[in-house]
Design a protein around this ligand. Structure first.
Ligand SMILES: [Zn+2]
Length: 171
């Protein structure tokens, strides 16, 4: 019989093309398997679990593969706005790390031709933004904590993180 521990597990879902795309609950994985939308995928020759109910037996593996093309949802790069920039930068000033009085800073100032794009807008606290003024970070002698860039597709981010945590089996 399934224990509550088993039902607390999460299952990695692969696309039809064997790309890890997301993680779902055991219940969701069982639904996908029972409805034929997914099949077991024992990628690392790990255990599988036999889930029994009065009417059926389901083999659940730590990874399953979708048999339908449901993993490729339409995704667009989010717009460059305060909410999305602060989310990317984890609500942290990209110069000093402060979480308070956050504003948006154009790395190359707009007056110097800087654009309102993902790679030129960062989170900065009022103090750092005021100190930087109408200068580039180099001009102001300030250093960015990370190079700003556009968010990537969540499935690609998931795949990178997944293979990073399974280095011995990376293709
Ligand atoms: Zn700051």
């Amino acid at each position: 019989m399934p224990t509550s521990d088993l039902f607390n597990r999460t299952i990695v879902v692969f696309s039809q093309n064997y790309l890890p795309i997301t993680r779902v609950t055991m219940q969701r994985a069982i639904t996908l398997l029972v409805t034929g939308k997914a099949q077991p995928l024992d990628l690392f020759e790990q255990t599988s679990w036999e889930i029994r109910s009065p009417s059926l037996v389901v083999q659940v593996t730590p990874q399953i593969r979708l048999m339908v093309n449901g993993g490729d949802r339409i995704w667009k790069v989010p717009p460059v706005n305060r909410r999305e920039i602060l989310r990317r930068d984890k609500h942290q000033c990209q110069y000093c790390g402060s979480h308070r009085n956050l504003t948006l800073d154009h790395v190359i100032p707009r007056s110097k031709g800087g654009k309102h794009t993902w790679d030129n807008v960062v989170t900065a606290c009022e103090t750092c933004n005021g100190r930087k003024g109408d200068r580039t970070p180099q001009g102001a002698g300030m250093v960015l904590k990370t190079v700003p860039k556009a968010p990537i597709h969540p499935a690609i981010a998931f795949a990178e993180q997944f293979w990073h945590s399974h280095p011995t089996t990376a293709p």
